[in-house]
Design a binder for this molecule. Sequence first.
Ligand SMILES: CC(C)(COP(=O)(O)OP(=O)(O)OC[C@H]1O[C@@H](n2cnc3c(N)ncnc32)[C@H](O)[C@@H]1OP(=O)(O)O)[C@@H](O)C(=O)NCCC(=O)NCCS
Length: 188
Amino acid sequence: MRADLDPRLADRPEGLHIAPMTNGDIRAVLRIESLSFSTSWPPSAFTSELNDNKLAHYFVGRARSGADGDAVVAYGGIWVILEDAHITTLAVHPEQRGKRYGERILVHLLHEAIERGASWITLEARESNTVAQSLYRKYGFTTVSTRRAYYSDNGENAVVMWAGNLRGELYRNRLAALERQLNAGSQP
Ligand SMILES: CC(C)(COP(=O)(O)OP(=O)(O)OC[C@H]1O[C@@H](n2cnc3c(N)ncnc32)[C@H](O)[C@@H]1OP(=O)(O)O)[C@@H](O)C(=O)NCCC(=O)NCCS
């Protein structure tokens, strides 16, 4: 769907405008990436994801950011392979965290996955990353396994999280309820 026709991409009072990531966004994304992860993706990884990987779908969130006007403050991406989706990355600029931007990007990724036919979605997170795990659990992800010493920088384990039956009524209702709370600015 064209970004300018997608009601989910319309400007929101909460101030995050989500749109497909373009090559022009990569510089800003890399800045957030380097502030968010101990091992960052190189620029070529984003370039090839955007230009060569037909299964990949990446988005940025823009918001008012100080005197700079609108700036990229968050991003995330998924791969969708038939019924399986994989969240490859998700990050919010450290100065912009706690404003539900991460949650908005995740909701966008979930809708994208569902619209593209996914029934399951998985991701890996560092065992110590309790903030991200809490966000994912809120959206129905559960930990299904541990990959030992998955992260080469410090040998940390990864937890593999999974949410299933995304297209089922139960999950759609859960997502809709969480989204209503998100848009109303109230949280459970
Ligand atoms: C994880 C991340 C994307 C969350 O983004 P955010 O915009 O700060 O989070 P939000 O304001 O949208 O919060 C949504 C949910 O995240 C969790 N969360 C956010 N901040 C939290 C904190 N300080 N402590 C515990 N849980 C937290 C909660 O579940 C929260 O929902 P709740 O308030 O209803 O409990 C952000 O912290 C980040 O970029 N971290 C570094 C990169 C990273 O770890 N990415 C994930 C890789 S798997």
